[in-house]
Design a protein around this ligand. Structure first.
Ligand code: PNS
Length: 168
């Protein structure tokens, strides 16, 4: 039986921390679906299309990975893709409570037929997040330590667009 796992997230934008989790998960499963959440209520910097494009760009060389956008409940997306394992990365202790809540809720919604597997963040990514990347970008800091070099232009362009849209 093919073991399919889903790595869900907002990926606004995808960081080296996310890429590390993806690279370590693909060894554990036959297929990994990266599920990019479209949540109209969440104020993301990047549109769903942009976020999917960025994730695809960094995953394109591995044919075990699929990248898809999704809306609504993660458990429904899992069902549509016949997947029963959710992958989440865990950084500092502060992630734990939220992640436990997500995991238990998903498990209940899926009658315990879905399991969440947590992978610890690598040491160098322990405090890395999409929010930190955006914060650094807004202040013109170097991004190459935090994200794939092919994606930096997306972030820099977004900062410029945002600055251009500012009112006096
Ligand atoms: O990268 P993020 O924003 O921490 O990812 C959160 C994500 C996408 C995993 C989570 O918000 C999610 O699964 N949302 C879909 C709605 C859902 O199923 N929520 C869980 C039950 S409340």
């Amino acid at each position: 039986m093919n073991k399919v796992a889903v790595y869900p997230g907002s990926f606004d934008p995808i960081t080296k921390g996310h890429i590390d989790i993806i690279n370590r998960s693909i060894f554990l499963f036959d297929k990994l679906i990266v599920g990019v959440l479209n949540n109209p209520k969440k104020n993301t910097w990047f549109t769903l299309e942009e976020r999917v494009e960025m994730v695809k760009k960094v995953c394109k060389d591995n044919n075990k990975i699929e990248v898809r956008g999704f809306e609504g409940l993660l458990v429904d997306f899992m069902r549509e893709n016949e997947a029963s394992i959710i992958i989440r990365g865990l950084r500092a202790v502060s992630d734990y409570e939220y992640e436990l809540q997500l995991s238990l809720t998903n498990s209940s919604l899926a009658n315990n037929e879905i399991e969440t597997i947590f992978l610890p963040a690598s040491r160098e990514n322990l405090y890395l997040s999409s929010s930190i990347v955006k914060e650094v970008a807004v202040h013109g800091g170097k991004l190459n330590e935090f994200m794939d070099s092919r994606l930096i232009e997306y972030v820099e362009k977004k900062v410029k667009d945002k600055e251009g849209g500012k009112k006096c």
